[in-house]
Design a protein around this ligand. Sequence first.
Ligand code: HEC
Length: 149
Amino acid sequence: MKTFPGRFKIAAVLFSLCVFLSLSRHPGVAAESGKAGIDASSLYLHYCSQCHGIGGRGDGINSTPDMAINPRDHTEASFMSTRSDEQFIEIITGGGTRLAKSPLMPSWGSTLSGEEISALVAYLRELCKCRYEGILSHSKLRRVDPDFR
Ligand code: HEC
């Protein structure tokens, strides 16, 4: 039998390695490796940007003037700081209707794992550069009344 030249053997080994690696990259594996293994910006790009926009400004291709309620601008700190991480987890998992919001915000609980949703919430905090301050935080009240203690 004619043996394959060395180059072919190397190519064959590399090819099977690629097949093995692509098959072993099951999405569940990434989810199990904890937040560090989850690329939240890719998840956002894949599942959220068509409505919320690539940069999170609520200007995705599906966000049109005929939408009864437009997708939230995730960079708007004044609103985003009034919502807790738990509220975000709730609405991402169960959809808009879970918190009496628009049904146009879909539910992701059967598509994304809990770890992926938590990673997305951390990503939302990066987009708004804000954290939960409550509806009336001290810093907000000081904007109205500089002497507020
Ligand atoms: C089909 C369009 C659509 C997609 C896709 C979508 N959303 Fe939304 N989202 C909306 C709309 C519309 C609202 C506004 C709901 C309202 O204010 O009543 C919203 C609101 C939100 C809010 C604000 C909740 C609040 O407290 O007001 C968060 C957070 C959010 N979406 C996260 C996400 C994440 C994360 C994804 C991707 C996993 C996603 N959305 C995908 C349409 C979408």
